[in-house]
Design a protein around this ligand. Structure first.
Ligand SMILES: Nc1nc2c(ncn2[C@@H]2O[C@H](COP(=O)(O)OP(=O)(O)O)[C@@H](O)[C@H]2O)c(=O)[nH]1
Ligand SMILES: [Mg+2]
Length: 321
């Protein structure tokens, strides 16, 4: 039912990589610059140098578990006399960092067997970047030739409904909305009906990030999830948690909570451009088994990238931009 994606040309890939490097600049300068100074100022690869690397990784918010795994692997390589110069050390560091992240790299595929529409239910705390990510996703799928409808499921604030309408106007896609205070599950149900009637490929649903209390929010999300299944139990549904990378280790708590409640299928990590805490990706990799579908590296429509572990690590560790 869904077509194939276009492949980017080598020049386009190069400039995409440059943009990624720029987007990750803050984490990159903390981590890479720190490692570079370490490597240049050390004349010996020993346990103490590995301890300094450990400190650097922790400072970039990789988390204790990922850092320990990486350092243990480096210690193993050191004992086996595999780290004879700085190039070998760097290659080994890169390899072990990649091992941590590769399991998280699973792109969000539109099912070829499930009935239309594919549903992307976007959840997360207030200000995480949900609505902006929806705008970027819309842009992405339109470019790939899909038909998209948006559901203004953050009915808690009138401003939120206006905001998603702005994205709808910008990308020229229909936005199904009711007035603020209405039932979010009903809005999303309307959007599904409308999508079916029009043969739309994808429905992207916004949700509220905060209600009067946490348990109300969670109940509302559960109801929305049930409503989607009630509409058609065979729909393919991506429950995408949007997390602001700048929240650091708190991101883990958010991911666990939302996952317990409605079962996440993917994560979009936003605002990596604004933080030096990009290492949080590693912490997420170690504490949860949920793929990182996308990373957000700016506020423009094309600043959302499918997560690619190798490109991510290259962007953090490569010397030249
Ligand atoms: N720099 C940057 N800003 C972002 C990114 N994603 C979202 N934002 C900004 O974060 C703020 C909150 O985003 P919004 O989508 O309204 O969050 P929501 O409350 O979860 O819907 C807005 O000012 C966005 O422009 C990103 O990847 N990079
Ligand atoms: Mg919003």
């Amino acid at each position: 039912m869904f077509g194939l994606k276009k492949k980017d040309s080598p020049t386009a890939e190069k400039s995409l990589f440059d943009r990624l490097c720029r987007g990750l600049q803050k984490t990159r300068s903390g981590l890479f610059a720190g490692l570079d100074v370490l490597f240049r100022s050390s004349n010996k690869i020993d346990k103490s140098l590995l301890e300094d690397i450990e400190t650097r990784l922790l400072m970039a918010d990789l988390g204790v578990e990922s850092t320990t795994n990486i350092i243990n692997s480096l210690n193993g390589a050191l004992k086996r006399n595999e780290l004879n110069d700085m190039d070998q050390l760097m290659a080994s560091l890169r390899k072990h960092m990649l091992e941590q992240l590769l399991p998280l790299q699973q792109s969000m595929e539109l099912s070829s067997t499930a009935p239309k529409p594919f549903v992307i239910l976007v959840v997360g705390v207030n200000g995480a970047g949900k609505t902006t990510t929806i705008g970027k996703l819309t842009h992405r799928y339109l470019k790939q030739g899909y038909k998209v409808i948006l559901a203004a499921g953050d009915t808690f604030r009138a401003a939120a409904i206006e905001q998603i309408k702005v994205w709808g106007a910008k990308t020229n896609v229909p936005v199904i909305a009711q007035q603020s205070g209405s039932d979010a599950a009903a809005v999303i149900y309307d959007a599904l009906q409308s999508a079916r009637a029009r043969g739309t490929d994808i429905v992207i649903a916004d949700t509220a990030g905060r209600l009067h209390n946490q348990s109300h929010l969670m109940q509302e999300l559960k109801k929305i999830r049930r409503t989607i299944s009630k509409f058609d139990p065979d729909l393919a549904v991506e429950v995408l948690l949007v997390i602001d990378a700048g929240t650091g280790q708190n991101a883990l708590t958010q991911a666990r909570k939302f996952n317990e409640l409605i079962g996440l299928t993917g994560i979009a990590l936003t605002k990596l451009d604004g933080t030096a805490k990009g290492g949080i990706v590693f912490a997420l990799a170690n504490s949860l088994d949920i793929p990182i579908r996308f990373i957000g590296i700016g506020e423009q429509l094309d600043d959302l990238r499918p997560f690619n572990a190798e490109a991510f690590i290259d962007a953090l560790l490569d010397a030249e931009t």
